[in-house]
Design a protein. Structure first.
Length: 95
């Protein structure tokens, strides 16, 4: 079996990997929910001239949260790769 980046079955090898994968999934979902909430509230705020400044900040915060999502996924995959077996990394799939 070859270890490759974003090969999700790798997270099922050890209890530590399963726990780490679950925690990063929770973080990923929380960031996604936070970003969506910022955009929803920001959209409502844009209906009121007095809240335009706050709406703009909420849109910026939501955008930063959406940008954090791929960072969480990359961090998770690199950490899982580090937790795995390095001997498979040098092998190439020949098919």
């Amino acid at each position: 079996m070859t270890n490759r980046l974003f090969d999700t079955p790798r997270h099922e090898h050890t209890p530590e990997q399963r726990r780490f994968y679950a925690l990063t999934e929770i973080a990923y979902t929380a960031v996604d929910f936070g970003a969506a909430l910022c955009f929803i509230i920001g959209s409502i705020f844009f209906f009121y001239d007095s809240l335009t400044f706050a709406a703009t900040w909420l849109f910026l915060i939501g955008s930063v949260l959406f940008a954090a999502k791929p960072s969480i996924r990359l961090w998770r995959e690199l950490k899982l790769l580090k937790m795995g077996d390095y001997k498979d990394l040098a092998q190439r799939k020949t098919s």
